[in-house]
Design a binder for this molecule. Sequence first.
Ligand code: ZN
Length: 130
Amino acid sequence: MSTRCNLYHCLQNNYELQYYLCKNVTHKTLICKYRISAHDLQIEKGRYSNIQRSNRLCKFCNCDEIEDEFHALLVCPSYKYIREKYIEKFYWLKPSMYKLELLLKSTNIKTLNNLGRYLYLMLQKKNKLL
Ligand SMILES: [Zn+2]
């Protein structure tokens, strides 16, 4: 299995229809895109430019970390204030792939609405910084 699909396979351990409970279509779309890796993070963009995986680094902080879903949602200091406001502390304090999986698989309406807001505001901030 390619590394590209790792997150998706973690999230997709059953084959039922996935219902996204948040009502905001933009937020719902963003959550869906992150779940299937159809986003603009360097981990995906770099694939199309043939950039070696280890060089697909985040351009918004000085962490020298690959900009993937884990980094963008739970680690990147550029989004610290948004994260603290919209993502429950449980997820980003001592973050792990397991917690990322739990966050993206959540069926809790409040968690999903806040995740959608986080992704939207993160995208807005990225666009301002570029
Ligand atoms: Zn970063």
